[in-house]
Ligand binder design. Sequence first.
Ligand code: NDP
Length: 484
Amino acid sequence: MPNAQPPASHFIDGRYVEDTAGAPIDCTYAATGEVIARLHAATPAIVEQALASATRAKAEWAAMTGTQRGRILRRAADILRERNHDLSVLETLDTGKPYSETSVADATSGADALEYFGGLAGSLTGEHIQLGDDWVYTIREPLGLCVGIGAWNYPTQIACWKGAPALACGNTMVFKPSETTPLSALKVAEILTEAGAPSGVYNVVQGMGDVGAALVSDPRVAKVSLTGSVPTGRKIYAAAAADMKHVTMELGGKSPLVIFADADIEDAVSGAILGNFYSTGQVCSNGTRVFVERTIREAFVARLVERLKGVVMGDPLDPATTYGPMVSERQLKIVEGFIAKGIEEGATLAHGGKRVDRPGFFLEPTVFTAVTDSMTIATDEIFGPVLSVLDFDTEDEVLARANDTPFGLAAGVFTKDLARAHRMVKGFEAGTCYINSYNLAPVEAPFGGMKLSGVGRENSKLAINHYSQMKSVYVGMGPVEAPF
Ligand code: NDP
């Protein structure tokens, strides 16, 4: 049995901290169901320690130059890359995702964020605005103490995507990972400290929703960034409103992937696989409503099912494995419930659909055809390896149906007709769009949702505006005129 026990549950003020009075959190390896680490939820005393430490660290961190802060973030990026193997093994143990994925998509993506925002840190500025003889200058200031709250699907990446821009702008952070995947964020905190981040700049506390809620409602907190579900987003947004805290919300989706008859079928099938089965389907931006032009539907489904037979399911630590278990028994049961609903409501099960008879939380990659827009599997976010194929006939029709959802995280189109591709993208009500590709999320590009899928953007230069605020200074150069 692998042992992934960290030195302690929390990382506060530059060191590991334990308080066994907190409720136990058992970390389960999804491939076997075995408990591989036991941690404890933060008690009120631990939450206070973390908030006090991050508050104390604010002045020292903000007083450093951007270049100095950036150097520390870039050093942390280098350490993440040097230890990519060990961190990827840990991420696999934390989530169950196969090493073939974690070794290229988790610590490496976290390192990209630290490197990118570390690089930007020295060039963050305000501006000068000349107004005749008078002038205005603006000062870009940090927000202060930021809270990050993460989901369980990309624990290392989320810890870095929130931490890197926050720290680059001179903020400090208290990060709470999902209780399902408590391990990886501790390593990020440890590495940032090793790279030179002063004590208290980046802290990690464990816990369930109540710990998150305690962090969000604390008046010392200036901003909250959540990656999670819409219901949790609503609660956190409402709690943050009491003090007018800044928020970034990266929430769920039910994204459309539209495949026209002129598309390269092999590429379109690859896009549908990346958009439905990577990370065993546990990706917020997945294109789970696959609209296929009726004339190619049969050929598309036949090729998709053939390719899915090539899935290598097994020990996630074996580099040859390409498809791992769901993160937890609970998530598996939720997804099985959706599959049963799809069958009950009349969709055709074209592939998979069953739990795999082996230890752990394995579920076959699943494809439904004959799905209609109002079926539950086409309206609700499933967050698992379930792809729905919907037929369409015309561009106008498919665009209207693609947008007929309260979500707006992502959308994709496969076609060789470039004008049509850009028309579709212009029409999509989604924050992150793809043409002849799917689910890539480079740090250089903004990532986030419209409608119920979120507020604000992560990554790219835009993230800087979500972790800093402008002070505007009017400088009078002449006599002061007053009406009386
Ligand atoms: P949840 O929304 O259940 O939880 C997200 C985080 O919020 C967890 O750390 C959770 O703690 C915490 N939390 C729960 N309640 C509160 C509260 N009242 N106040 C503060 N914090 C709270 O999502 P999951 O972890 O189950 O992740 C899956 C969901 O996340 C999916 O619906 C998916 O769409 C979405 N997601 C969105 C992404 C995006 O970028 N848009 C990316 C990845 C996932 P705990 O769970 O430990 O109790």
